[in-house]
Design a protein around this ligand. Structure first.
Ligand SMILES: [Zn+2]
Length: 415
């Protein structure tokens, strides 16, 4: 991977600490590349060109061609598993100040232990004109979730670490403050009474690291799932010259990690509403457009762990930096089928060297936005993604060669 792309990738992963920041960073990037921001529900522009719209922490960007005849959708997600700071988080005792958090999605809890943590998110502030939303990201670590010492948990190494989600996950705050609200208020430049509500997550303060050499290089970072896919999608979209009849559309959804059922999740009516709006503005029938529409659902896959080959399906080794995975699960946890491979990828199936991911029978397969969106829109879809280690750890690992190939593949699909 080129040095400039590596640094853009690292910056994007590190600065996109919550879905609020993902969407804000994407919006900045799209504006830089000449995309115009439009509002869903208002009259959409009819001129060919690049546009985007934001629905809470979900973002859609598309390039409108001269004569619209269908859509090529590329979908990913803006959220990552972790913890949300509760509305009344302060737990003070003579031993200090802890914060109560709610588990969001399915993080690997142990990966959060003993790390320098900071906080980021969005708050509603009581302004003269009414409540206003403000984003913030603390630039200093202020907390940690300490693990119990081995002397107080004898047997932890041989019996395995057991964590109680009601008491072992609440960060200890090392800041001299009356309350968490006061700390946040300081960040956004108001007094604590002005804070009405928040959506705040702790984040690992350590920046991403590039590890290894040449074509074996990997990135170790938080939020690899699924921001490497978002990164590859936006790089591919911004690299397109223009669109022919089929409009490329990038969809980045919130709430994938908790099932996608929200007004901004992939299960909502929002995607169809947007496509309908675009069709209407162009005076084209939506069903005609959907007949010429496909979806590329992009989310990470499991690289075969070299110490745990028995956990993976035999004959389906997935090698780090061995290429993008085509994810197939005939119980429809993934949207890929024989027909959709042909319809969505066509010649790309042979132009790119894809690894074939297949989940073992004895373990439940994770799912993606692919089956949800393709069901709802009635369009063919395939699931692809780069392999990674330690999915849902706060420090996940993925190969740079694979991420570069993913960008090329998405470009070839969209263009
Ligand atoms: Zn994911």
């Amino acid at each position: 991977m080129e040095e400039s792309v590596k640094s853009r990738l690292s910056d994007f992963l590190y600065s996109s600490v919550t879905p609020h920041h993902v969407v804000a960073n994407l919006a900045d990037e799209l504006l830089t590349h000449g995309f115009e921001r439009v509002e869903l529900g208002k009259q959409l522009p009819t001129n060919p060109g690049p546009y985007f719209t934001v629905v809470s922490e979900t973002l859609f960007a598309w390039i409108l061609p001269e004569k619209l005849s269908g859509f090529r959708l590329v979908g990913s997600h803006s959220d990552s598993p972790g913890f949300k700071v509760r509305p009344n988080p302060d737990r003070k005792s003579s031993l200090g100040h802890q914060l109560a958090v709610e588990v969001y999605g399915a993080p690997l809890w142990n990966s959060w232990l003993d790390r320098p943590l900071s906080f980021a998110g969005a708050v509603l502030v009581d302004d003269k004109s009414g409540p206003v939303k403000k984003l913030f990201r603390m630039q200093k670590p202020v907390a940690a979730i300490p693990q119990l010492a081995v002397h107080l948990d004898r047997g932890v190494n041989s019996n395995g670490l057991k964590l109680d989600e009601r008491k072992d996950l609440n960060p200890v705050l090392f800041a001299e403050t009356e309350s968490f609200a006061a700390l946040v208020a300081d960040e956004v430049g108001v007094s604590a009474e002005k804070i009405i509500s928040w959506d705040v997550m702790p984040y690992d303060f350590q920046p991403p690291a590039i590890v290894g050499t040449a074509a074996s290089e990997v990135i170790m970072s938080a939020r690899v799932d699924n921001l490497v896919s978002v990164f590859a999608s936006v790089e591919a979209l911004c690299g397109l010259e223009s669109a022919s009849g089929i409009a490329p559309v990038m969809c980045v959804y919130n709430h994938e990690e908790v099932g996608s059922t929200s007004s901004e999740g992939a299960s909502s009516a929002t995607t169809l509403r947007l496509l309908n709006h675009i069709a209407k503005a162009q005076d084209v029938d939506i069903s005609e457009l959907l007949a010429a529409t496909s979806l590329l659902s992009v989310d990470c896959a499991h690289a075969t762990h070299p110490s745990h080959r028995d956990k993976h399906e035999q004959g389906h080794d997935i090698v780090m930096n061995g290429g993008v995975c085509l994810k197939r699960n005939d119980n429809q946890a993934y949207s890929t089928s024989l027909d959709s491979e042909l319809e969505v990828l066509g010649p790309l199936l042979t132009q790119f060297q894809l690894q074939k991911y297949s989940h073992p029978n004895h373990l439940r397969c994770g799912t993606t936005i692919g089956p949800l969106l393709s069901t709802q829109l009635g369009v063919p879809s395939v699931d692809i993604g780069v392999p990674q280690y330690a999915m849902h750890s706060v420090r996940e690992t993925a190969g740079l060669t694979d991420i570069a190939q993913l960008t090329q593949l998405i470009s070839a699909y969209l263009g």
